[in-house]
Design a protein around this ligand. Structure first.
Ligand code: CDP
Length: 222
């Protein structure tokens, strides 16, 4: 067993706006663990490729940019080549671009080690689509958070409005379905509830309740 595999990991996967980001961050705070927002790496890869003039369908080109992009996470913000891009990577366009490049196996490979490097003592909470299936298959405990399309679209609309971005519910539902469909049907690391992950449906429960559920399961682990 190598050193890093003894560091605990809580893997939280699920579709967009299932609440996994908020929940994962709160669980990390409560335990004093590090937090990996893996989706932001795909968002950054798409943005970095665009800025380098690389077509998003150019798999080796995007993978090469993803492997060497200069990124930094601190105080809840994200920097690309020294520029704060926290808001830019959250737009709907950036979300769709992230999901496009995330379907490319070479891009996923280029980001794999960067994600595993977040596994540092005393522990890590990772959120994404393949935390439990590919990046940390030996995670201490795995969760799959989901919610109805309506509940997710409502949350996403609220999030976008809070960020001062325009959002029409019907458009959000459409975009969410396109992204879910692409994420679930790609051949590599598809978004899926694997049987080794605890299922939490957040349609009718608050983020606080989901956090308690996760902490309860984690604390009972041997
Ligand atoms: O916050 P939201 O759930 O809307 O998106 P995200 O977690 O930031 O992920 C953006 C996109 O990156 C997703 O639609 C996936 O296509 C991709 N992604 C992935 O393929 N694997 C991950 N571990 C995380 C994100």
């Amino acid at each position: 067993m190598n050193q890093s595999s003894v560091i605990p990991v809580i893997a939280i996967d699920g579709p967009t706006a299932s609440g996994k980001g908020t929940v994962a961050q709160r669980v990390a705070e409560r335990l004093g663990f590090h937090y990996l927002d893996s989706g932001s790496l795909y968002r950054l890869a798409a943005l970095a490729a665009e800025r380098a003039g690389v077509d998003l369908a150019d798999e080796p080109g995007v993978a090469s940019v993803a492997g060497r992009m200069d990124i930094r996470f601190a105080e809840g913000k994200v920097w690309l080549a020294g520029e704060d891009v926290s808001d830019e990577i959250r737009s709907e366009r950036a979300s769709q671009n992230a999901s496009l490049v995330a379907a490319l196996p070479a891009v996923r490979d280029a980001l794999l080690q960067r994600q595993r490097d977040f596994r540092q003592a005393p522990g890590l909470v990772g959120d994404g689509r393949d935390m439990g299936s590919v990046v940390f298959p030996d995670a201490t405990v795995k969760f799959f958070l989901t919610a109805s399309v309506e509940a997710r679209a409502e949350r996403r609309t609220k999030q976008l409005k809070e960020k001062g971005m325009s959002a029409i519910m019907a458009d959000v539902v459409k975009e969410l379905r396109i992204r879910d469909d692409r994420d679930m049907n790609r051949p590599v690391a598809p978004l899926k509830h694997y049987p080794d992950a605890y299922l939490i449906d957040t349609t009718d429960i608050s983020a606080a309740t989901a956090v308690e559920e996760i902490l309860g399961v984690y604390q009972k682990m041997p």
